[in-house]
Design a protein around this ligand. Structure first.
Ligand code: ADP
Ligand code: 5GP
Length: 203
């Protein structure tokens, strides 16, 4: 992975603001690709196939899974989600940095395949704020909101093994923190040295 692009994994409970952060950080940080996941959930109002997700049927998803088409996949809040192996490999081998926005189960799988990836977990300032954001977003029926809040407790425990924790209280500050993490990872020795080997050649 040293000579390929870097992988950034963003996780956090539903409603914490991952998509909001991701959209802004992609505008702020140059040359960062977003890996568009496959999902079996229904598109929300305003979501576009091929932009927000590749929306597929459970049959298509399971066939892709059987064919080894996913680097990682998980069942989250009752739907399937996965990262296309082909899409990710294409970005990385073109030396592109890639941002994945995936759940904690998928992140653990990515950790197994790409131990040097950078794992970032988004936290809410408190539980009330999380619930309020999820309710006010208004994209899920009440029962689904309940499922997402129940799952949040389990997901929050996983923050303990992530490399970076970003509290999304003020959105602008959280975007800046996320961008700073990505930009500093790009300055790591392992990222820079392969690009400047000629500096160390004798004349
Ligand atoms: P996730 O992708 O983690 O499920 P979203 O990005 O959809 O979360 O955010 C959930 C809701 O909270 C959205 O309505 C979004 O506009 C809002 N939101 C996100 N971040 C903040 C913030 N820092 N302050 C206030 N509202 C926020
Ligand atoms: P949502 O339905 O709110 O868009 O996403 C629900 C959850 O699925 C979020 O935690 C989100 O990060 C996660 N998710 C989105 N895409 C993927 C993916 O490709 N793989 C995994 N494992 N989780 C994903």
């Amino acid at each position: 992975m040293d000579s390929t692009g870097q992988l950034f994994v963003l996780s956090g409970p539903s409603g914490v603001g991952k998509s909001s952060l991701r959209e802004q950080v992609l505008q702020m940080v140059p040359e960062l690709e977003y890996s568009i996941s496959h999902s079996t959930r229904s598109p929300r109002h305003g979501e576009m196939d091929g932009k927000d997700y590749h929306f597929v049927s459970p049959e298509t998803f399971l066939a892709m899974k059987e064919a080894g088409g996913f680097v990682e996949w998980a069942q989250v809040h009752g739907n399937y989600y996965g990262t296309s192996r082909e899409q990710l490999d294409e970005h990385l081998y073109k030396h592109r940095d890639v941002l994945l926005e995936i759940d904690v189960q998928g992140a653990r799988q990515v950790k197994g395949h790409y131990p040097k990836a950078c794992f970032i977990f988004v936290l809410p300032p408190d539980r009330e704020t999380l619930e309020k954001r999820l309710l006010e977003r208004g994209t899920e029926p009440g029962a689904d909101v309940e499922t997402r809040l129940e799952n949040a407790s389990r997901e929050l425990l996983e923050a303990s093994w992530y490399d970076y924790l970003v509290i999304n209280d003020d959105l602008e500050e959280a975007v800046e923190a996320l961008a700073a993490i990505i930009l500093s990872a790009r300055c790591r020795r392992e990222a820079i040295l392969p690009r400047v080997q000629n500096l160390f050649q004798p004349h």
